[in-house]
Design a protein. Structure first.
Length: 127
């Protein structure tokens, strides 16, 4: 269940790192400034999340500052999953695709307990 989330998060991390490095290189004249890099620079300057990053992140209307805070919380959640264990309580909005996590959770539980998947139901209570 965690693997899908980490794969998507790693793709986003690599994209962010590479695009910021390319922007830095373009600003000092090492490489040419492309339209994508100019858009990235304008978004950062104006406090918006660059569209190229949003393609690989959960949907959000947050400003760049708030989005980065959310991004850091997701990073901490994933690190704890890796270092400690999958928690009993999940911050669903911190997942890239919460529906896939819930589906995988249901499938794993059914396999573990020998329950028929087609007769199982996942019940959530928002608190």
């Amino acid at each position: 269940m965690l693997l899908q989330e980490l794969e998507r998060f790693n793709i986003l991390l690599e994209l962010m790192q590479q695009s910021l490095l390319d922007l830095q290189r373009a600003l000092v004249g090492e490489i040419g400034m492309s339209q994508q890099l100019e858009e990235l620079g304008n978004c950062i300057f104006n406090g918006f999340v660059p569209p190229m990053w949003l393609r690989f992140a959960p949907q959000s209307l947050k400003s760049l500052v708030n989005w980065i805070e959310h991004f850091e919380r997701r990073h901490n959640q994933y690190r704890e999953w890796i270092e400690i264990d999958e928690p009993k309580v999940i911050w669903l909005s911190g997942l890239s695709i919460p529906e896939s996590y819930l589906t995988a959770l249901l499938q794993t539980t059914c396999r573990t307990r020998g329950w028929p998947l087609d007769k199982s139901l996942l019940y959530t209570e928002v608190s």
